[in-house]
Design a protein around this ligand. Structure first.
Ligand SMILES: [Zn+2]
Length: 102
């Protein structure tokens, strides 16, 4: 587990994106640097109860989150946090997750 989630920040204008874009929609730049975000607020939670082709799937929760600078993306949720909660972000493998801050 690695704390934070990788985002890409435009070297031209400094706006952050996740996932990475080919060109920056803000300034048209195409050069990116990596950055990390460590917390976000949950906007919406969904439960995935079935997955095609997965016989032993256990229901898991995903959350749509938004960072302080307005980046919005989906993470796996590791606890019962609900909308409005601030979660700490981390990565396992290449996948982003969130759980309530201690
Ligand atoms: Zn830009």
């Amino acid at each position: 587990m690695q704390p934070g989630v990788t985002i890409w920040r435009c070297k031209g204008c400094g706006v952050g994106f996740f996932p990475q874009r080919l060109l920056c929609p803000h300034c048209g730049g195409g050069e990116w640097g990596q950055d990390r975000v460590h917390e976000a607020v949950i906007e919406e939670v969904s439960t995935i109860r079935h997955m095609i082709g997965q016989a032993d799937w256990t229901p898991r929760r995903i959350a749509s989150v938004r960072t302080a600078e307005g980046l919005s993306f989906t993470v796996g949720l590791r606890d019962d946090s609900g909308p409005g909660a601030v979660v700490a972000l981390f990565e396992e493998g290449a996948a982003p997750y969130g759980q309530a801050k201690p």
